[in-house]
Unconditional design. Structure first.
Lengths: 199, 469
């Protein structure tokens, strides 16, 4: 995974709440067996609308999506994270993310930042009045800075460290294989097994 | 802090699966059962191959084909080449890594959350994960079960564990007695309408109370299934005699002396009397009536007897805007009676309501009636076994004679990854779990309902409960 230390880019204001993962990428786009190429499915149902924010010239090239409350609800599809990343987003800011989406994003290196709703509103206004506003998301100091403002956000130390080091969770867990072995030795033998197949 | 604090059911299951705990880090949790399907697993298997890793515990892993599979002509190759490739990729991956798979045409094939319980492989006190958010279904057995993303699928395949931070605990207390015609689907839709789609975010929900204890296992599964629609990754119910009776004798249930050992442990799986919940919700079952959604998220629901709400009735600005955009999408006006809404397609099925009891209760309403002109009804059993069971009881004939379509098992129109989709502008009454924009087909409009309301609606052609017939 690529390290995430700091990112500076322009914002894209998505003034909608409850953007579920079926909106981020509809199910018909989930049939690929690779991790790339999902950008064409991003917000597919809305992309035909010339008024949709991603279609507006002034927001082309934005890398920080600023969304309404309850972003990423619904299905566990990690394709939603891949679609945002494949399109070019590095950060999503919202006042509340659904649990599974947030977990997926932080595993995959898409930084999800939780802001109070009033700060989301201020950021929307700032971007809309000047779409070229540069926003710096700094993981080291856990802050988002734009214009004269600097806003702190919470992220637990462990996740921050993992993102800043670009570490893969599986590699970290495999350091504790002896503990997993030990746990398995003590598991109750009545616990079900899928093999052999019983009927 | 005083003496020893009581623990919730979820905390007990959690504690019994901690492999490693370190300050400032997530707990490493052992996973007892990993269910997989074709959509969220290909990239995970690819990851294993790239890093030269194996599946650590194939005997704790089970695959079925469900999301993409057609529900017609299942003996022929899958017509959509992209769907076919995804299903074939799953078959290849399972063969390469030694994972048990139930493919299209196999008697155990079906929706992953119907198959686990039916095999008896879903048991109390287990940790169960799947790359599907409706994994919470298995919580009905007192298991800690939740959906994961593809990176986590790869993690579980490689290590049989997951690093997780313990969520907060919420109790949803449902006391009293459901009136006839009111089902567990109505309970969960009412819960979601009360706490909203974000209300359970960061929590594990435990459903408790006299109304929950009276429910059958299948009815409990419907409730736990939709925990995710309330924002909670997991929802569970303490196991009891109804649970043990359901599991006993199933193919993978413990046998002989093992059964006694298991039962002893299972009986201790309940929240202590002094357990502390971070949040509690109360619902009176006596006051519930059939519930139906009017909008584009599962929290936008009302009792079927009421009207579509007017956006100006919402005080919160975000909710008002959401209601406005939902009504535009749904082509509805505030104040319209829910029961006057005309339905094009009725979908009976899914991991929420595609089990034998759901089919039985709908068939009992359909018997001797006809699907209304201008309405079509699609009945999709949750698994091949549910289909066979229904056929042995003659339910297929009841549906067919009423003019409904009787299909093979799969996720089908719940998410429309296969050919079972709504056309743009078409309106459905669906026993599934999500009424998101375009969920059942681009431009399709979904009203979530119980199997009883689905059956009555098919007959009337407008949203209806059996009492309206």
């Amino acid at each position: 995974m690529e390290k995430f230390i700091s990112h500076t880019g322009a914002g894209v204001p998505l003034r909608r709440s409850n953007v579920d993962t079926d909106q981020i990428i509809p199910a018909v786009y989930l049939k690929r067996v690779t991790r790339s190429g999902f950008e064409d499915g991003l917000f597919a149902a809305w992309r035909n609308d010339p008024e949709f924010v991603l279609n507006k010239e002034q927001y082309k090239g934005g890398t920080i999506l600023v969304a309404g409350v309850d972003f990423g609800t619904g299905s566990s599809r990690e394709h939603a994270v891949w679609a945002l990343q494949n399109y070019g987003f590095k950060v999503v800011i919202s006042s509340r993310f659904a649990d599974i989406f947030r977990g997926n994003s932080l595993k995959g290196g898409l930084l999800t930042v939780i802001f109070p709703q009033e700060d989301v509103e201020l950021l929307w206004s700032a971007i809309e009045s000047d779409p070229s506003t540069q926003i710096t998301v700094d993981l080291d100091s856990r802050t988002v800075a734009y214009q004269e403002k600097k806003i702190s956000f919470d992220l637990d130390d462990y996740t921050r460290w993992r993102l800043m080091e670009g570490l893969d969770d599986i590699g970290l867990t495999l350091r504790h294989t002896d503990l997993v072995d030990g746990f398995e030795e003590k598991r109750s033998k009545y616990k079900p097994k899928t093999l052999p197949v019983l009927s | 802090m005083g003496g020893r604090m009581g623990k919730t059911l979820a905390e007990k299951v959690w504690q019994d699966h901690v492999v490693r705990s370190a300050t400032g880090e997530p707990d490493l949790i052992y996973i007892d059962l990993h269910l997989i399907h074709e959509v969220t697993s290909p990239q995970a298997f690819d990851g294993l191959r790239l890093s030269g890793r194996k599946v650590r515990r194939p005997e704790l892993t089970l695959a079925t084909e469900d999301h993409n599979v057609p529900t017609l002509d299942i003996d022929k190759p899958i017509a959509d080449p992209v769907s076919r490739l995804q299903v074939e990729t799953l078959r290849k991956n399972c063969a390469e890594f030694g994972v048990r798979i139930h493919s299209l045409g196999d008697i155990e094939q079906g929706i992953v959350h119907v198959v686990g319980p039916q095999l008896g492989i879903t048991q109390p006190g287990m940790t169960i994960v799947c790359g599907d958010s409706h994994t919470s279904t298995h919580g009905a057995f007192g298991a800690l079960a939740f959906g994961i993303g593809t990176s986590e699928v790869e993690h579980v395949l490689a290590t049989q564990t997951l690093p997780l931070s313990k969520p907060k605990m919420m109790a949803v207390n449902v006391e009293g007695e459901l009136k006839p015609g009111v089902t567990s689907k109505d309970i969960i839709l009412a819960v979601i309408a009360q706490i909203s789609t974000g209300g359970g975010q960061g929590y594990i929900i435990e459903y408790r109370g006299s109304a929950i204890r009276k429910l059958s296992m299948e009815a409990r599964m419907t409730i736990c299934n939709m925990s995710i629609e309330a924002g909670a990754r997991a929802g569970l119910i303490a196991p009891d005699e109804i649970t043990f009776e359901y599991i006993k004798g199933r193919a993978h249930a413990p046998k002989g002396a093992d059964w006694e050992v298991a039962l002893e442990y299972w009986k201790g799986l309940k929240s202590d009397a002094d357990a502390k919940f971070d949040k509690e919700i109360f619902l009176n079952a006596d006051e519930l009536s059939p519930f139906v959604t009017w909008g584009t998220n599962p929290g936008q629901g009302v009792p079927l007897n009421e009207s579509v709400p007017k956006p100006e009735s919402f005080k919160d600005e975000q909710e008002r805007k959401a209601a406005e955009s939902a009504l535009t999408y749904m082509d509805l006006t505030g104040g319209t009676q829910m029961k006057s809404i005309k339905i094009d397609t009725v979908f009976l099925g899914s991991c929420t309501n595609g089990r034998i009891e759901d089919l039985r209760s709908a068939a009992a309403i359909m018997k001797g009636n006809r699907v209304a002109g201008g309405t079509r009804m699609l009945v999709v059993p949750g698994s091949a076994r549910v289909r066979l069971q229904a056929e042995s009881e003659g339910l297929d004939k009841v549906f067919l004679e009423a003019g409904a379509e009787w299909r093979s098992a799969g996720c089908s129109m719940c998410l429309g990854m296969n050919p079972d989709q709504l056309k743009p502008g078409e309106r459905s009454a669906s026993t599934s779990n999500r009424n998101f924009e375009g969920r059942q087909g681009k431009g399709g409009r979904t009203h979530l309902v119980s199997p009883l309301v689905a059956a009555a609606t098919a007959i009337k052609g407008t949203l209806a409960s059996p009492a309206d017939l």
